[in-house]
Design a protein around this ligand. Structure first.
Ligand SMILES: [Fe+2]
Length: 386
């Protein structure tokens, strides 16, 4: 997130000696994106971050595509699918993907996950259920239900889970995730018409220093493979850092909906942007207030765009037959809109409690075979009048 933050101890000037009490000096480490021209932070480690005892490739991460590419509307009951495994970072059930974005579902149960670094993409983890603490080199970031936890690539982290049920919608991005450009001024600050501002964004707080040596395996995702990289010390040995590159969280309840006299289009719900896709938040809000307004969306052809929706509760103004955890895919090539009766039903209503996360992509999405056992095969005909 492009605002400056400092945690722990850092020397007065960057790139100068930062002495340890017992002798020696702390090891400076710059982490940032876009080759020294993007967001970056400077971290100060107890030990060299470059100490690697051994590395091993554990195997390719392969997302098998649905062999049936027939153009049709799709609907998956994702919460009916079995959990992929206990770890929040490495046990994820693939749902939809293209070369820009990959969406999966995690239902982790391990109280403490593996040390993990995604070295090929940024992650946005929407916490549909659960809570706990994201531990990282940048400190501890508590998270709760409704949070988008944004983890820029390259940051070693692990998930510490509270003893409650956890459901994460994981969005991995090839490009750098950021807030929508039109909501930022030339200095990067969020503007008054933005549906959220810096005050709504939470950053790491406590910075416990783990001064421990030994063998510490970190699982690294790189080149669509998982690698085991063994460090000679605890990865969270940072005594201080400052800069603009770090994990952060934003809760969907802090998204202030933009409403109007007549129906507002999907861009008003936009929360994040990246290369090749956007993420939108549909939150509880008052409906349109023109006396003759139709609050449900009009039918539309999403030309050159595929639309994925994850329903965070059972209400959605334009949909029938969905449940909490449903994922719908409306591909380019077929117009979509409210199901029969839903537009009429919306007239005169004053508010909605819908809660959903939308991923709109510019390149087509592929369905992963792992999602197929949860498919509602009747969805494509749900617009047919009885
Ligand atoms: Fe749509």
């Amino acid at each position: 997130m492009p605002f400056y933050h400092r945690l722990g101890s850092v020397p007065h000037k960057r790139h100068t000696v930062f002495p340890k009490e017992g002798g020696g000096m702390y090891y400076e480490h710059l982490m940032g994106n876009l080759g020294f021209t993007g967001l970056q932070s400077l971290l100060y480690h107890v030990r060299r971050p470059t100490i690697v005892l051994e590395t091993k490739c554990l195997g390719e991460i392969r997302w098998a595509p649905d062999p049936d590419a027939t153009l049709r509307m799709r609907h998956f009951f994702t919460h009916r699918l079995p959990p992929a495994g206990p770890d929040a970072a490495t046990d994820r059930l693939p749902l939809l993907f293209n070369s820009d974005v990959a969406v999966s579902l995690a239902r982790p149960s391990a109280p403490l996950g593996a040390f993990y670094r995604n070295a090929q993409g940024d992650e946005i983890v929407y916490v549909a259920e659960g809570g706990g603490v994201l531990e990282s080199q940048f400190g501890e970031l508590p998270f709760r239900k409704g949070d988008y936890v944004v983890i820029p690539r390259g940051i070693v982290h692990r998930w510490r889970l509270a003893p409650v049920g956890q459901i994460f919608l994981v969005i991995e991005s090839e490009g750098y995730v950021r807030t929508p450009r039109r909501y930022r001024n030339a200095h990067g600050q969020l503007l008054e018409h933005s549906p959220f501002c810096e005050r709504d964004i939470r950053v790491p707080g406590a910075l416990p220093v783990h001064d421990e040596t030994g063998e510490f395996p970190v699982l690294v995702k790189k080149g669509n493979a998982l690698h085991r990289v063994v460090l000679g010390h605890h990865p969270f040995d940072v005594v201080g850092w400052d800069g603009c590159y770090y994990p952060w969280a934003f809760n969907i309840e802090d998204f202030e909906p933009i409403t109007g006299r007549v129906h507002q289009p999907p861009p008003v719900h936009q929360t994040f942007e990246s290369e090749g896709f956007v993420i939108c938040s549909y939150v509880p809000r008052l409906y349109d207030y023109h006396p003759l307004s139709v609050p449900a969306p009009y039918n539309h052809s999403n030309v050159a765009s595929d639309e994925m929706l994850y329903y965070c509760n059972e209400e959605f103004m334009s949909r029938k037959g969905i449940e909490y955890g449903s994922v719908t895919l409306h591909p380019d090539g077929l117009p979509h809109g409210p199901q029969p009766g839903k537009a009429e039903e919306s007239v005169g209503k004053t508010a909605t409690n819908e809660l959903a996360v939308m991923v709109d992509t510019f390149a087509p999405l592929t369905v992963a075979t792992a999602a197929l056992p949860g498919e509602d095969g009747s969805y494509g005909r749900s617009w047919v009048e009885p």
